[in-house]
Design a protein around this ligand. Structure first.
Ligand code: NAD
Ligand code: AHE
Ligand code: ZN
Ligand code: ZN
Length: 374
């Protein structure tokens, strides 16, 4: 049943480079095909910081950021059939409509149905559900989880087991699913393979979990912040490398360490120079490098075409290739079966009013994931 407009707290991004501001905002009821949810917890991903910094070509202000949440359905719009009030859900920035060219291709998780309006901070009908004293606030990544209440299209929700604590499985809404999925779905790493992971934040550490699940023979973890090494080892890294400790390019260091290069590498930073290193540390003839990190407006990758001519493969992944509605509920079950150590990722918890601390901790390299509890 459709409700009334709700007034609630949200962290509003008024402009690039400004801290988020906790405001009372209005959240309109869901229209046809839409669902309003009460957010219980949200992680803070580097992509939120990337957009807030002003580097995101799709960044729109004022908006409500956040895309790694967990919540409970509060009300549903006309025609919604797949979720009902009280269901536990994870918002999906990569929806799954099941009927568009992309969904039907069987080749990608990138659904095309609402991508255009989503990128403009709008709901599929071209309007927004958020406002503040009559001023429009834009949606972000179709999710806007930095708000007590948010509205999403039905196709952007994965219904999950109510036994799963939302303050942990919210991390499956982006970081952990992305890193694991990049290894298991995008690269399809085989048993015994040698893997290099560049960047040991929430994404890189999840890639290590994926590599461990794939039974990779060697997992080389690379970061310029050595505080990240202990957790990387705990999760399965066999080697840890700080590029700053060498006076030659990191790709040469890795090639020397691995008798010619790795089978698979993953860039989990968003640095185009490291993307090049990640490609060039791959083994001639078959090595594959997967770009996960998101780079700012105007930045481009480059390498000698000879790197590809001689058999290396460069690819990328969004949300780890995971189809959210059909596959995420199963990943939540894997978590419930003890296969995914989500608690390990939560280094900090805080109330919404302290959300800017989560960004500070990330920039200082002190957190893996901060989870905001509502
Ligand atoms: P994070 O800030 O938690 O981690 C980044 C890590 O990279 C840090 O440990 C940092 O010390 C390390 N680092 C920085 N510069 C480095 C360098 N030159 N060499 C080695 N290590 C370096 O970030 P995160 O939340 O894990 O996100 C990582 C990247 O993945 C971001 O660009 C984010 O936007 C992107 N991302 C992409 C997807 C996707 O679907 N493709 C999903 C989530 C996040
Ligand atoms: N808006 C940016 C690109 C940002 C981006 O690549 N986002 C990833 C998810 S990052 C999650 O932390 C993604 O899913 N991309 C696929 C898509 O369709 O957005 C830009 O450069 O314009
Ligand atoms: Zn993210
Ligand atoms: Zn689709």
């Amino acid at each position: 049943m459709q409700g009334e407009t709700i007034s609630c707290k949200a962290a509003v991004a008024w402009g690039a480079g400004k801290p988020l501001s906790i405001e009372t905002v209005e959240v309109a009821p869901p229209k046809a095909g839409e669902v309003r949810i009460k957010i219980l917890a949200t992680g803070v991903c580097h992509t939120d910081a990337f957009t807030l910094s002003g580097d995101d070509p799709e960044g729109i202000f004022p908006s409500i950021l956040g895309h790694e949440g967990g919540g409970i359905v509060e009300s549903v719009g006309e025609g919604v059939t797949s979720v009902s009030v009280g269901d536990h859900v994870i918002p999906l920035y990569t929806p799954e409509c099941g009927e568009c060219k992309f969904c039907k291709s069987g080749k990608t998780n990138l659904c095309g149905k609402i991508r255009e309006t989503q990128g403009k901070g709008l709901m599929p009908d071209g309007t927004t559900r958020f406002s503040k004293d009559g001023e429009t606030l834009y949606h972000y990544m179709g999710t806007s989880t930095f708000s007590e209440y948010t509205v999403l299209p039905e196709i952007s929700l994965a219904k999950v087991n109510k036994e799963a604590p939302l303050e942990e499985v919210c991390l499956l809404g982006c970081g952990v699913t992305t890193g694991m999925g990049a290894v298991l779905n995008t690269a399809k790493v085989e048993e015994g393979a040698t893997v290099a992971v560049f960047g040991l934040g929430g994404i890189g550490l999840s890639a290590i979990i994926g590599a461990q699940m794939a039974k990779a023979g060697r997992i080389i973890a690379i970061d310029i912040n050595e505080d990240k090494f202990e957790l990387a080892r705990q999760l399965g890294a066999t080697d840890v490398v700080n590029p700053k400790n060498y006076d030659k390019p990191i790709q040469e260091v890795i090639v020397d360490l691995t008798d010619g290069g790795v089978d698979y590498s993953f860039e989990c930073i968003g640095n185009v120079d490291v993307m090049r290193s990640a490609l060039e540390c791959c083994h001639k003839g078959w090595g594959e490098s997967v770009i996960i990190g998101v780079a700012g407006a105007g930045q481009e990758i480059s390498t000698r075409p000879f790197q590809l001519v001689t058999g290396r493969v460069w690819r990328g992944t969004a949300f780890g290739g995971v189809k959210g509605r059909s596959e995420l509920p199963g990943i939540v079950e894997q978590y419930l079966n003890g296969e995914i150590p989500l608690k390990t990722f939560i280094t900090h918890k805080m109330p919404l009013q302290d959300i800017n601390e989560a960004f500070d901790l990330m920039h200082e390299g002190k957190s893996i994931r901060s989870v905001v509890l509502f």
